[in-house]
Design a protein around this ligand. Structure first.
Ligand code: DOR
Ligand code: ZN
Length: 427
């Protein structure tokens, strides 16, 4: 059953089963210029040609990935804005937020303009960016004025530099502080393969919240890639939002021992016990968002010794396949998956109309076939980084089409169409 349609992406009717609340209902969505113009129950209304999503497939609000390194600029040998967003499209992800630790770092207006220009030209999915820390408050303020800048990202080495001047600018712009929370004084790099969790322990995550609590409390704070229930519960108790990644709930440090650089990541993979507890918290709805921390490096870099290879691996093309597998295993409902990938990220990032089904919503959707099974195969990745610690994992539940502002940017294994991402407006 093909899912490639001969429709005018600017004006057609999308029909199919959609998830509204916790029920699946047949709906027709008239799409005009990337926006839902009209929504009817059943297959009753129509404008232009019809694209009908049939069978066991379900149309979900477009998945948003809050933590992605598209690289680009001087790091384009690892990944660029085109291959990274193609990987997102192939993974069912309609919106990515790009991290600032590229080269040049995105912590000044000039680098930001360059980054945004490159995204505008190359992106297959919607995007926002986080900026990196700078002491220059004028630059900080200027960058935060940009609509596509959704927040400020802090790395462990930046934590001590933040003061009230920075947080007040962030507050003025109502943008989010995204924190990589490992306390720099509690981490080292002297551990052997399989042991990195001892050098960058859970304790460093907890100490990070303890020490910088006042800063975090003074703004809207989101703690990214939490690896442990200790950090999760602490962050939630203080009213922060959190995300976790597939590798922290599905892998453990034995993968680091076995796969070396391919499974090296910061923060590192934990013990099976820590992983299992985090998975339980994910199942009980404590986690706000499902992010990849898609962090591609070239295979040559990953072939260096364990001490020398850079941390991180790609995740965009495995993330939703693994999440839907958890749904099929009964650990999460499909509604939980939508909370993790759309509703909560939308709320945290301030993208109120993104991927919903009402008139006025941006027509970005993820189409899933919950029955389709497969095996993770990195040789098929659109990402330049063709490796993954999930190689050979069986999954059940596949994102089979990705619709960005009405455009089918991915369908049936192909990336047939580049969307028109007009202007710099995010909504
Ligand atoms: O594993 C990681 N890789 N953790 C980070 O914090 C950075 C990232 C990267 O940029 O490669
Ligand atoms: Zn990251």
């Amino acid at each position: 059953m093909s899912i490639r349609f001969d429709v005018d992406p600017k004006n057609y009717t999308l029909q199919g089963r959609v998830l509204i609340g916790s029920t699946i209902t047949e709906v027709s969505l008239v799409i005009r210029d990337g926006v839902v113009a009209k929504a009817c129950m059943g297959y009753t209304c129509k404008e232009g040609k019809v694209a009908r999503i049939e069978g066991s497939r379900v149309v979900l609000p477009g998945a948003i990935d809050m933590h992605v390194h598209l690289r680009g600029l001087k790091l384009s040998y690892k990944e660029d804005e085109e291959t990274g967003t193609l990987a997102a499209a192939a993974g069912g992800i309609t919106f990515v937020v790009d991290m600032p630790n590229t080269s040049p770092r995105i912590n000044n207006m000039r680098a930001l303009s360059e980054k945004l220009a490159s995204l505008r030209q190359k992106a297959y999915v919607d995007y926002g960016v986080y900026i990196g820390y700078t002491r220059n408050l004028m630059e900080l303020d200027g960058m935060l004025r940009e609509k596509r800048v959704l927040g400020l990202k802090l790395y462990p080495e930046d934590l001590q530099l933040i003061d009230e001047k920075v947080t007040s600018i962030l507050r003025n712009h109502k943008k989010v502080l995204v924190v990589h929370c490992e306390h720099p004084q509690y981490i080292s790099e002297n551990c052997q393969q399989g042991e990195r969790s001892r050098c960058r322990p859970v304790l460093s995550e907890v100490k990070c919240v303890n020490e910088f609590l006042d800063v975090f409390k003074s703004v809207k704070t989101h703690i990214t890639h939490v690896t442990s229930s200790r950090l999760l519960l602490k962050a939630k108790a203080h009213g922060f939002t959190v995300d976790t990644c597939p590798h922290y709930v599905l892998l453990d440090r034995s993968y680091e021992r076995r796969l070396g650089c391919i499974a090296k990541v910061n923060p590192p993979l934990r013990s099976p016990n820590v992983r299992d507890k985090l998975l339980k918290h994910l199942a009980s709805g404590m986690v706000d968002a499902w992010a990849t921390d898609h962090a591609p490096h070239s295979i040559t870099e990953k072939q260096q010794s364990f001490q020398d290879c850079p941390p991180g691996f790609p995740g965009l093309e495995v993330s939703l396949r693994l999440l839907f597998t958890l749904v099929n295993r009964g650990l999460l409902s499909l509604w939980d998956a939508v909370m993790l990938t759309n509703y909560n990220p939308r709320r945290i990032l301030g993208l109120s109309r993104y991927g919903c089904f009402k008139p006025g919503c941006i027509a970005s959707f993820t189409v899933v076939d919950l029955k389709r099974e497969g095996v993770i195969d990195s040789s098929k990745f659109f990402s330049k980084a063709k490796y993954t610690p999930f190689e050979g994992f069986k999954y059940r539940g596949e994102p089979i089409a990705t619709i960005v502002r009405g455009f089918f940017v991915y369908a049936d294994g192909y990336a047939p169409m580049k969307p028109r991402l007009t202007g710099d407006g995010i909504d």
